[in-house]
Design a protein around this ligand. Structure first.
Ligand SMILES: NC(=O)C1=CN([C@@H]2O[C@H](COP(=O)(O)OP(=O)(O)OC[C@H]3O[C@@H](n4cnc5c(N)ncnc54)[C@H](OP(=O)(O)O)[C@@H]3O)[C@@H](O)[C@H]2O)C=CC1
Ligand SMILES: O=C(O)C1=N[C@H](C(=O)O)C[C@H](O)C1
Length: 270
């Protein structure tokens, strides 16, 4: 049984992870955290996560306390800033991590890289198996189609999502850019006004927000007289949660370093 801490248990993903880990024989929950000063601190984690039967595990707002309960892995879907702090704490105590938070910039990502010198970390903007297969297929399509197609990425998420574009859309765009020999300046995040003809090098990344959309990503390859659309639609957060648990079992057996879901799933590196 993998001794596991889940951070941000009141969140959409935190509560999903708590429910899934609780019902799995492979995991034993040794810690549950919430933001400092959260009203759920001290409550039973199941209550905080709006689940049924109590777990007998109180929510704490200090990750160190949860780590000291013999944790082997932390699963962290909170925010980029919180994950940076959590990774530093895990690195100090030698506890492996799965980070699903998104919204990293170069600086915050580098700080995760620093922590991953001391502990194994899976950093994955999308832990669903399906999306990771789609990322690999998108790279393969780009490689085969070559330069003759205009590539655009479209993502849609629920109205509460804070970061834009999604971490998955960014990962798709980066993988497509690297396959097609494009630069980060070729990524185009918005278009408005008298923009003139589209350049051949652009990779557009566009965002929709609304309602309760769990997460949708489409890569368009627009050609002359034809187009290809590669779409992934998540209809439940359980797929992210199940992938994160799979990553947790995997990362707890690894050496220190930074990994992604392609490593967990044994997919060809993109
Ligand atoms: N990798 C993947 O597959 C997926 C990634 N995500 C990403 O995961 C993150 C969370 O998403 P979601 O669950 O929808 O967001 P929510 O806002 O529902 O949940 C975030 C939770 O983290 C808590 N939190 C924030 N800071 C801290 C802290 N320092 N310590 C402990 N808890 C903290 C929040 O508490 P409070 O409400 O009090 O601020 C909240 O409970 C986002 O970055 C999202 O993009 C989401 C789905 C899938
Ligand atoms: O915030 C979300 O909800 C999601 N975020 C991830 C992202 O930014 O890519 C993954 C998923 O699509 C849901």
């Amino acid at each position: 049984m993998l001794r596991t801490v889940i951070t941000g248990v009141t969140g959409r993903m935190g509560s999903t992870l708590l429910r899934l880990a609780r019902s799995s024989r492979e995991f034993t929950l040794v810690g549950a955290t919430a933001r400092q000063g959260s009203p759920v601190v001290g409550l039973d984690a199941a209550l905080a996560a709006r689940m049924g039967e109590p777990l007998g595990l109180a929510v704490v707002d200090d990750l160190d306390r949860a780590l000291d309960a013999g944790a082997q892995v932390v699963i962290d879907f909170t925010s980029a800033e919180a994950s940076v702090a959590h990774a530093r704490q895990c690195a100090a105590k030698g506890v492996a991590m799965v980070i699903g938070s998104t919204g990293f910039n170069a600086e915050t990502r580098n700080r995760i890289v620093e922590s991953a010198r001391a502990i194994p970390v899976v950093l994955a903007p999308n832990t669903s198996v399906g999306v990771n297969v789609v990322i690999q297929m998108a790279a393969e399509l780009a490689r085969v189609l070559g330069q003759g197609f205009d590539v655009e990425v479209l993502e849609a998420h629920h109205r509460m999502k804070k970061d834009s574009p999604s971490g998955t859309a960014l990962r798709l765009a980066e993988v497509l850019a690297s396959t097609l020999g494009r630069e980060s300046e070729d990524l185009t995040f918005a278009r408005r006004g008298w923009i003139g003809p589209r350049s051949e090098r652009e990779i557009g990344v566009q965002t929709l927000r609304g309602g309760d959309v769990v997460g949708e990503h489409t890569v368009f390859f627009f050609g002359e007289g034809e187009r290809i659309e590669l779409t992934h639609r998540a209809t439940s957060r359980d797929q992210f949660g199940k992938g994160a648990l799979r990553a947790a079992e995997w990362v707890a057996r690894q050496r220190p370093g930074l990994y992604d879901m392609a490593n967990v799933l044994g997919l060809q590196r993109t």
